[in-house]
Design a protein around this ligand. Structure first.
Ligand code: ATP
Ligand code: MG
Length: 365
């Protein structure tokens, strides 16, 4: 590689709805911590509106509305626009050129094997009841590889569902570099050490909290909404009387406590137990009701969400500033992605008008 590798982060979200606490523990909270660690040279967050359109082609208004919504979520979660570049995918044309070239390096058989895409096709009802699968959706792992490589990111902090995307991206990087020369950077996925955070389940007990499933606690949830969501949360359906032994596995309240609660939270909100292990042991034995556990969870989540709500109120009062952040970030990202595209085209020898050798090769024939 010509230059020494800089430490660069790229992550992103689809602007299909407000961000929820699954995004927060799976990726966003980590991004804020990494941003504040000072260990990174450049940090980019991509609002993946073009990717969102691959399964929302008929609803561009939804995507448009959520551009500002998702940016507000970032800023309220603690993303600092002085340290992190926030940019909009559809305004970065280099990403689409890269996607087109990478498409030649991937087979349809390989795309068909992607387990996340398979699960999402099922979840969205494509290929069923006459609903076709859009080509753009089917190929989005390739465009995601373009996103990651365009920024030369070496670190991608995401949730577990993104692992197959990163594998696909790495394959493209290897194939490109071995075919055309070392231009692209091999990205590493950064997963949360806490397994509950890697794929937070929905409040309905489904495997993943997802904007598209409506089983979310949103980062902008008011106290009342939070209360209502926690109290109606899926627990152990066989745990009917307080004295009954309860199950922890598949019980959302405990998974959420795993993801969020600290020993200090127990001291502050639930001093009957020193930590989550003690609470779980009592629940499994019998004699601990769901309501007590839910009340603790509500307080823990409220403590996490309160500073986010406060920052949000501040930014909501200044939407023109939010818009400026997006514009400035996108301009900066445009420079970065165009630079990578130039290197890619040079390596592929399709930079004809910056390539004097093309003329001299012909002149000396
Ligand atoms: P959509 O349903 O539109 O795909 P989504 O809720 O899956 O939306 P994405 O925008 O696809 O959200 O994902 C953004 C980031 O958040 C990714 O890094 C993803 O891994 C992470 N993420 C999403 N849902 C969860 C979850 N339930 N738990 C942990 N991380 C998550
Ligand atoms: Mg998703």
């Amino acid at each position: 590689m010509a230059e020494t590798q800089r430490n660069i982060i790229l992550t992103g979200d689809r602007p299909t709805g407000s961000l929820h606490i699954g995004h927060y523990v799976g990726s966003l909270k980590r991004r804020v911590a990494l941003q504040d660690s000072g260990r990174f040279d450049e940090i980019y967050i991509l609002i993946a509106d073009a990717q969102a359109l691959t399964d929302n082609a008929d609803d561009p208004q939804k995507i448009r509305d959520n551009i500002i919504q998702v940016t507000l979520d970032y800023l309220s979660a603690g993303i600092d626009p002085e340290k992190t570049v926030i940019c909009i995918q559809s305004q970065l044309p280099a990403l689409y050129e890269l996607t087109a070239y990478y498409m030649n390096l991937v087979t349809t058989a390989r795309l068909e094997r992607n387990p996340t895409v398979k699960a999402e096709i099922k979840m969205r009802g494509f290929n069923e009841g006459g609903v076709g699968l859009p080509v753009g959706f089917y190929t989005y792992p390739i465009s995601q590889a373009a996103d990651i490589t365009a920024f030369k990111a070496n670190c991608v902090p995401v949730g577990e569902d993104q692992m197959p995307m990163l594998e696909q991206c790495k394959e493209i990087v290897h194939k490109f570099n071995s075919t055309y020369g070392e231009v692209l950077v091999d990205p590493q996925i950064l997963l949360n050490e806490n397994s509950a955070c890697r794929r937070l389940p929905g409040t309905d007990g489904k495997a993943k909290m997802s904007k598209s499933l409506g089983n979310c606690i949103y980062l902008n949830a008011s106290r009342e909404e939070l209360h209502q969501k926690v109290m109606s949360m899926f627990t152990d359906p066989d745990h009917i009387n307080i004295s009954d032994p309860g199950k922890i596995e598949g019980n959302c309240v405990f998974t959420y406590l795993d993801a969020f609660a600290t020993d200090e939270d127990f001291a502050e909100f639930c001093p009957d137990f020193r930590n989550l292990e003690e609470m779980k042991a009592q629940y499994m034995k019998g004699g601990l009701g769901d309501v007590k556990c839910k009340k603790l969870l509500e307080r823990v989540l409220d403590k996490e969400l309160e500073p986010i709500r406060k920052r949000r109120a501040k930014w909501e009062a200044d939407i023109p500033a939010v818009y400026e952040i997006l514009k400035k970030g996108t301009m900066k990202a445009r420079e970065t992605t165009e630079r990578t595209l130039s290197e890619v085209k040079e390596a592929m020898k399709i930079n004809y008008f910056a390539d004097d050798a093309l003329i001299s090769e012909w002149e000396h024939r």
